[in-house]
Write a protein that binds this ligand. Sequence first.
Ligand code: PEP
Ligand code: MN
Length: 330
Amino acid sequence: MIIQIKENIAESQTEALAATCEGVVVKSASAILVVTPSAMKAHDPRFDNIIEKCWAMDSDIQLASRKFMPETRKISIGKFTSGTAQTLLTIGPCGVEGEEMLEESAKLIVESGLTSIRAGAFKPRTSPYSFQGMGEEGLKLLAKMRDKYGLSVVTEVRDSTHVQLVLDYADVIQIGAKAMYDHGILRACGRSQKPILLKRGFGTTLQEFVQAAEFILSGGNPNLMLCERGIRTFETKSRFTLDLCGAAYLKENTNLPVVLDPSHAMGYGYGVPDLARACMAMGVDGLLIEVHPNPLVAKSDASQQLNHESFRKLFESLKPIAAAVGRSIV
Ligand code: PEP
Ligand code: MN
């Protein structure tokens, strides 16, 4: 249950209410809320005088639910605002590998009229012996591209020890699929106001995914987007299976902007353009596509990254699809 507290109520009274119902107090500029386990369906009448409004919820998808907030959340990232007719097309290499390649990526983004660059400086790899990312040096290169080209920087945290470091450099913090369950990361991101891009763990249900999102929302950060990037199924011909049904569910039932990532789902560059067009046709808030100046030598996710020429071709084909579903690409 979500309980909205009236204005100008002493903090001690809100705390007293929260203590009676295992509630989490969520403070924002517009309201003070107490969020209780969803099993609670009615509030204690002793607190009538401090309560403005209540929402009884049917599951622990609460702050993220359209039943609580019908409109898609407005999150600003440079010239982009979610919950409007804009779609953020965020591209870049899987990882920052050096200044020259990052600059080539930035130039492609600027030439395309796009507004953000996405690349990892901390890579969460499946093997400890493969490229782990450039760390802070990579973050500095991303910041350089922001300063030089006016691009917003989207980059990921790998573990809870460097969340603050990434927050210092990034405009959007990506929480990767493998980190979706990391409560240290989720709570640290909940204490910030920076936009967060939470990727779905590849073995998680939609319920578990949105409940992970609730850690960030209930921590006090309303600036959160969800990213479907493929789930593990019985299929082995593609790297993962892009759950577009899941994306439709999230669009319908949650107030969080939805971003789709066809690159990690497919795992092979050949399928990415078709999937990207299907994603754009869904009218989502964002699209994430991995693009590398020379995918053949990429240090991570080499097989799925598009080269610049393929991206340019794909981008031209996305424009009429975006227009057909009433969206502009930024
Ligand atoms: C990435 O975006 O490069 C990445 C590591 O993705 P995921 O966490 O979805 O595997
Ligand atoms: Mn990648």
